[in-house]
Design a protein around this ligand. Structure first.
Ligand code: NAP
Length: 259
């Protein structure tokens, strides 16, 4: 299917690896020029080069911490007019509800709520003025069903979800859509990190930790960044203009709910 977005410009933050990279690759395959970001310059440049040579699109790579104001300013200045914004950042660490301090909550809110909000506030006015725009926020299945050890993530992403629910309905008449993609477990460094935690705390091998987690998913496997990216690219496509303010689970059926 032609997604109808060839020649558009997308900013995909936190995109040298994992789900962000999956989204960047799928957009590039649709002919979208990219502005990519991550903190580590080496992996970021390698990803940018791989995408350039495979898809022939323009890829600008900006190494910066997207959760810091100075980092966001650098990325946004390089990006110019953004048609498609995919927000992403690293997730907060696991832990126990009683351990987290005010500083831990502020860091999680900064990364997973206030950063995507600031990026939207920067990009939405231009999209609305030009009469077309797409925003996809990478959040988490924890928005639909809490993951107890990820209380910082549960909290911050709930705040972002509330912001999007109202804002998406304020900008839709200008041809701009905002939606959230909610990943369940996908095969990325983040998933390996979570499995490492289980392996250590339960005294089991990494293979056993993964096998247990896979067994809990109806699809009996982890998702891939490529299939996550394809869903993102469709939400960013010309065909998705009537999908507004939705929270779409990509979790292999892991969230046990009727609606
Ligand atoms: P990942 O494989 O660890 O990749 C994270 C990417 O983000 C890397 O490119 C990393 O590069 C970049 N990044 C991290 N912090 C950044 C920052 N402050 N500024 C700029 N770039 C940053 O993670 P992932 O699995 O793709 O996860 C992406 C998001 O989805 C996370 O918020 C995660 O919590 C959420 N999620 C993931 C899963 C899953 O199963 N994978 C499930 C639910 C939710 P640098 O380290 O070089 O900056």
């Amino acid at each position: 299917m032609d997604l109808g977005i060839k020649g558009r410009t997308a900013l995909v933050t936190a995109s040298s690896k994992g789900l962000g990279r999956g989204c960047a690759e799928a957009l590039a395959a649709a002919g979208v020029n990219l502005v990519l970001n991550a903190r580590g310059a080496e992996a970021l440049e390698a990803t940018a080069e791989a995408i350039r040579s495979e898809h022939g699109v323009t890829v600008t790579a900006i190494a910066a911490d997207i959760t810091e104001e100075a980092g966001r300013a650098k990325v946004l200045a390089a990006a110019g007019d953004v048609d498609i914004l995919v927000t992403n950042a690293g997730g907060p660490p696991p832990g126990l509800w009683s351990d987290w301090s005010r500083e831990d909550f502020i860091a999680a809110l900064d990364a997973n709520m206030l950063t995507p909000i600031a990026l939207m506030q920067a990009c939405l006015p231009g999209m609305m003025e030009r009469g077309w725009g797409r925003v996809v926020n990478i959040t988490s299945q924890s928005v639909k069903a809490p993951i107890p050890v990820l209380g910082l993530s549960n909290s911050a992403r709930a705040g972002l979800t509330g912001f999007v629910a109202g804002t998406a309905r304020q900008v839709a008449e200008k041809g701009v859509t905002i939606n959230n993609l909610l990943p369940g477990i996908h095969d990325t460094d983040r998933a390996t990190g979570l499995d490492t935690g289980v392996s250590k705390s339960e005294g089991i091998s990494m293979a056993e930790a993964r096998a247990r987690r896979e067994a809990s998913i109806p699809a009996k496997r982890y998702g891939t960044p490529a299939e996550f990216g394809s869903a993102c690219a469709f939400l960013c496509s010309a065909h998705a203009g009537f999908i507004v303010g939705q929270n779409i689970l990509l979790d292999g059926g892991a969230t046990n709910a009727t609606i």
